[in-house]
Ligand binder design. Sequence first.
Ligand SMILES: Cc1cc2nc3c(=O)[nH]c(=O)nc-3n(C[C@H](O)[C@H](O)[C@H](O)COP(=O)(O)OP(=O)(O)OC[C@H]3O[C@@H](n4cnc5c(N)ncnc54)[C@H](O)[C@@H]3O)c2cc1C
Length: 444
Amino acid sequence: MATVPASHPVVVLGAGWAGLTAALTLARAGVAVHLIEAAATAGGRARSLDRDGAELDNGQHVLVGACHATLDQLRSVGTNTDHAFAALPFGLRMHAPGRPHPALALEPRSPRLPALAGGLWKSLAGTPLHRRLPALLGAASILHRPLDEDHDVREWLQTHRQPDMLIRQLWEPLCLAVMNTPIRSASAQIFQNVLRLALNHGPDDARLLIPTRPLGSLYPEPALRELRERGATIETGRRIVAIEPGGPEARYQLRDRNHRVTYANAVILATAPSAAARLLPAAPELQPHHRALMAMGERSICTVYLRYPGPVLERPPLQGLIDQHGQWLIPRRVAGEPDWLAVVISTADDLPAMTAEERWRRVAEELERTFPELGIPQTGHVVCERRATIDARVDLDALRPVAGTPWPGLFLAGDYVTPGLPSTLEAAVRSGLESAHKLLETLP
Ligand SMILES: Cc1cc2nc3c(=O)[nH]c(=O)nc-3n(C[C@H](O)[C@H](O)[C@H](O)COP(=O)(O)OP(=O)(O)OC[C@H]3O[C@@H](n4cnc5c(N)ncnc54)[C@H](O)[C@@H]3O)c2cc1C
């Protein structure tokens, strides 16, 4: 069993899903862990909020069955993943404004290539035959042909002869959902990685998983419980402002706003990249990590929650919205909140400025035009996360820092560290596992 003196334990800084995973992995290996979190609650960018007595999340999250590391991690803290998610077979229904019937429905019997091809063929019904076949062949190589070099998603789709209609109605909303980055700058390589992960390994991996319970109860709360049981110390509401060499006391000292110091023999810095850039010591040998962190770029997501006067009529659990303010509609019935709908607005940085009320009213009006039976909501909330994800642009992987730094015992963790993936829970969990294992390798 690995040991670190409990007087100077390993500090994990940040109780998002990456930090919680790193802390649990270390604690399970017998390491003394001290977890420090600036916010009052754990969960970071995937946490629960109380609004009007309803427990909502800071953002509507959707996973796919291919998120194996995340699902395993949830199971390891006792979460029953069969009950924690509504699992939908892969399929997409996209609605244009004012048209209750889907403008595009891709609902293959399975995610295997022949069924996907059949589904795409149907959704290209209005396209002349001489364009349909090349589009279909192009879609097959989008899923199966490795890229020689990275391109932006739009250029890549055009090279693979995807008609404008299919780009607008299918690929663009899918790219926004997966990467939170516009197709004109998003990395085709990362987009393809995700498509291949989800669609090339059978129906289970391709399932869309919508949480049926608040995110906080799926992982952050049981993870904190287990950490406490294993003797880890946990401080919430404490913002660290500097990580410095610890002098004769220990390798590192972490200072907060009130000049209180915590000593540590090793640190896993598990914050979002902008916070990590501020906290990483400004030593010359750490400059490459600094440059990588500064180059990341971040993008926002707003989630609009609408509360109707009574239960919303039965709607499919996930519908795409084309040419509207938001891109995805998720009735909260799935999470036991039948009066509520959630609408996700990706890359919200590009939206015109509005007050929260103007925004939810605008979303509600657009929805009513498309689905008149919804009527007008009683109230709405807008939760905007300015730094929801990193900007998953072309050649991002070349910019990413690695988990280890030249300073012994100082590691980075977070959704931005995992190569090949956009900012997701899966990337965060994988990175937490990776940095903890790297650290364990250095312990006697
Ligand atoms: C609105 C929204 C929708 C999303 N949708 C999806 C989705 O559908 N599917 C999906 O897989 N992913 C989605 N994501 C992305 C996912 O939530 C993130 O990738 C993931 O939560 C990142 O986890 P993390 O641990 O890397 O970072 P974070 O969650 O950012 O954790 C970092 C933690 O460090 C703390 N911290 C920062 N500075 C300090 C400091 N100085 N001292 C102490 N603590 C500090 C922060 O408070 C935070 O708790 C979404 C995110 C948002 C915001």
